[in-house]
Write a protein that binds this ligand. Structure first.
Ligand code: MN
Length: 394
């Protein structure tokens, strides 16, 4: 069985006020479609966070519409999709019964997620066990509705309602539905303990732990995971985050995004292949002094097409920095004054600003920013300005 594993597309994502739908469409059209055409796949899996938010922009929905049509009607490859924490489970699975007749299988809400889906190859069946993102309380409620012996039910009721134990019980239950010797694939959107995270993943819980032990997935022949955006194996090759479609935050600049192709033999042993993704615009960090960056033509050429975050080492203020930066780096997205922040911010924060007048506040600000107080001339100029401003405000 040859499976393409992907996750965390975040269709409709906005990156520093820029819609990424075009970037996402580029990868889908220029890399995903040719790959699907060539790779002789038996199944395509998308492990959650299809969309970036519950109500995605129209362009993102149109892209999704074109994609599901192409994969199922043109390529005729079964496409298995679960909801992630960014998706609206209800919206995602609209039409699921109609779609499933064409080979698109979507699991959003838990009501409909309690049966494995079986796909066949020449070696027999493979059971795909869907675990769309849900909170532990919801999972437990639905688990208790499943047919099970009394002792099992009692044991479930004793469980601590936290991601770790509940997801473990959930996976074990799904696994128990599959006949021994039938190969299994878990599809889950979860936070596995020990994974290397990025800034663009929204935490599953605020305070407390969403961690799920990696042992939840060890008894599956393959675990197709979503949620963490850096591609990575979790203790074993057969438990894996495919990573996101694109780099969605600047701390992902060093990631190598890829598609994961899983070749499962008749015994359930998996061989993995990663196909690198080439984005329309790369995401990079540049560190240096403002004037150096403005004059470095090699740098401009190298990053002409990249989304750039610049971290300035300057300690003096930079006036109109972003506009000037964009003249040389048209896709500059973020400008940070790291040189200044290290020394000044803590001092500014300790000022009891509520007790200061506007003038005093400005003097403090000017002193902090320029590392020297206002001169007498500057003070008298500012005084005049303040008088005028305050008069206008009245
Ligand atoms: Mn995600």
């Amino acid at each position: 069985m040859r499976i393409l594993h992907m996750a965390d597309w975040h269709l409709g994502r906005i990156f520093y006020a820029r819609h990424l739908t075009e970037d996402q469409a580029y990868v889908i059209e220029h890399q995903l479609y040719p790959l699907v055409k060539e790779a002789k796949l038996d199944a395509i899996v998308l492990a959650g966070d299809v969309f970036d938010r519950a109500v995605p922009p129209v362009e993102a929905v149109e892209l999704w519409d074109a994609l599901i049509t192409k994969l199922t009607l043109d390529f005729k490859i079964p496409f298995l999709v679960i909801g992630g924490n960014h998706d609206s489970a209800e919206r995602l699975e609209v039409g699921r019964d109609l779609w499933s007749q064409s080979g698109l299988h979507v699991w959003g809400r838990l009501e409909r997620s309690w049966n494995p889906l079986y796909l066949e190859d020449q070696q027999g069946a493979v059971a795909f066990c869907p675990m769309p993102f849900a909170e532990p309380r919801t999972v437990l409620t639905h688990l208790l509705e499943q047919p099970a012996p009394v002792q099992q039910r009692d044991a479930w009721q004793e469980l601590t309602v936290a991601y770790g134990p509940i997801y473990d019980a959930w996976a074990t239950y799904l696994r128990s539905l599959v006949q021994p010797k039938v190969r299994t694939v878990a599809i889950a959107h979860a936070m596995v303990a020990g994974s290397e995270t990025s800034e663009s993943e929204r935490p599953l819980v605020i305070g407390g732990s969403a961690n799920v032990g990696v042992d939840v997935f060890t008894s599956f022949n393959y675990a197709a995971l979503g949620h963490i955006h850096r591609p990575q194996r979790m203790g074993a090759d057969h438990i894996r985050y495919s990573g996101s479609l694109l780099k969605y935050s600047f701390d992902e600049a060093d990631h190598k995004k890829s598609f994961t192709i899983v070749d499962m033999d008749g015994k359930g042993q998996c061989a993995l292949e990663q196909v690198p993704i080439e984005a329309l615009h790369d995401v990079v960090n540049i560190k240096g002094y403002f004037n150096d960056i403005l004059q470095d033509e090699t740098l401009h050429k190298q990053h002409a097409n990249d989304y750039v975050q610049v971290q300035l080492l300057d300690t003096a203020p930079v006036i109109d920095g972003m506009a000037r930066l964009r003249e040389v780096l048209p896709y500059a997205m973020s400008l940070e004054l790291t040189g200044r922040m290290a020394t000044e911010v803590t001092d500014v924060n300790t000022v009891a600003y509520k007790q200061l007048s506007e003038r005093e506040l400005f003097e403090q600000f000017a002193a902090a920013v320029r590392e020297k107080p206002l001169s007498e001339t500057e003070k008298s100029y500012m005084n005049k300005l303040w008088e005028r401003l305050l008069k206008e405000a009245d």
